[in-house]
Design a protein around this ligand. Structure first.
Ligand code: NAD
Length: 299
């Protein structure tokens, strides 16, 4: 039976480690700041924003929560971003997705200063990811990367199958692992015979948003299984995309939902915001991201 990859515990350790970095910045008169823009009243988005703001405060970051009405115009959103781009108290800017349909997300994401793009969604940072050199790795795949590191597995040469090809999870995840020289297969909703691919995976990463999508017959004996999915069932339970109880018997390592990838996403958002503040203070060279290797894993 698989060992559990405990994202909650790793997050806690990493967040403890952030405190000394915050202190070093405070000693220079800088409190790292994250601005979160939420347009409208999407209940799930509100929960996510609330979690991010709370986590920031727990490690000593300043957070700015900018709530815009659901009928705010694109120009209003862009004006808010322009102001935050210039604000020296703000080191990271995040726009909670999805945006209302009358706002074009690409216009908004491209308006964020590349130096404050802590979600890593600006085309410049996406392009950086493609060539293996990005300032801010997107938070969810970045968190998955660290979870994989805790297993002590070298991904080079491994068969990695990523189920899901979204811009925020599946695609950047695949690119990061390709950068580490894994053999990467990306599957999505149009993939024929998903099991034929997943069964070959030494490392299986699932981000489809479909509860119960991955059953034991689709998993290779001894595989590492990372479940990114977050699905709320009719009875209120939160589950991933993987049949956890069944797959646990076949895998060597597995992430639980909740308590796996979820907390890591917020942790990496804080990491990116700290990094941005450090860059702004030249505590880090601004060009030292040739290799954005994950921070050393905690002892
Ligand atoms: P999305 O809806 O943008 O993309 C889903 C992807 O899965 C698409 O590429 C789609 O083609 C593919 N897919 C859908 N059904 C499939 C099927 N039956 N077989 C194979 N592929 C299929 O979703 P997203 O934003 O990438 O999020 C995916 C899941 O991860 C959701 O459950 C979301 O809630 C969760 N999520 C979790 C975190 C976290 O912090 N843990 C962060 C982001 C997203």
């Amino acid at each position: 039976t698989a060992r559990i990859i405990d994202g909650k515990a790793l997050s806690k350790t990493l967040r403890e480690g952030f405190k000394s970095r915050v202190s070093a910045l405070l000693a220079q008169g800088v409190q790292p700041g994250l601005a979160v823009i939420l347009v409208g009243e999407n209940p799930a988005s509100k929960v996510y924003v609330g979690n991010k703001v709370k986590a920031c405060e727990e490690v000593g970051l300043r957070s700015f929560h900018l709530g815009l009405a659901a009928d705010a115009t694109e120009a209003e959103v862009l004006a808010t971003i322009a102001r935050l781009n210039e604000d020296p108290l703000v080191h990271g800017i995040l726009v909670q997705l999805p945006l209302p349909p009358h706002i074009e997300p690409r216009h908004v994401l491209e308006a964020i200063s590349v130096n404050k793009d802590v979600d890593g969604f600006h085309l410049y940072n996406v392009g950086g990811l493609v060539v293996g050199n990005t300032i801010f790795p997107p938070c969810t795949p970045y968190g998955v990367q660290l979870l994989l590191d805790t297993t002590g597995t070298d991904v080079a040469g491994k068969n990695v199958v990523v189920v899901g090809a979204s811009n925020i999870v599946g695609k950047p995840m695949a690119l990061m692992l390709l950068q580490r020289e894994a053999t990467v297969t990306i599957c999505h909703a149009r993939t024929r015979d998903l099991a034929q691919h997943t069964i070959l995976a030494d490392i299986l990463i699932v981000a489809a948003g479909k509860p119960g999508l991955i059953v034991p017959q689709m998993v290779k004996q001894g595989a590492i299984v990372i479940d990114v999915g977050i699905n709320r069932l009719a009875d209120g339970r939160i589950v991933g995309d993987v049949d956890f109880a069944g797959v646990r018997d076949k895998a060597s390592w597995i992430t639980p939902v909740p308590g796996g990838v979820g907390p890591m996403t917020v942790t990496m958002l804080i990491e990116n915001t700290l990094r941005s503040a450090e860059r702004a203070r030249h505590l880090r060279a601004s060009d030292d991201y040739q290799d954005w290797e994950a921070p050393k894993r905690p002892p």
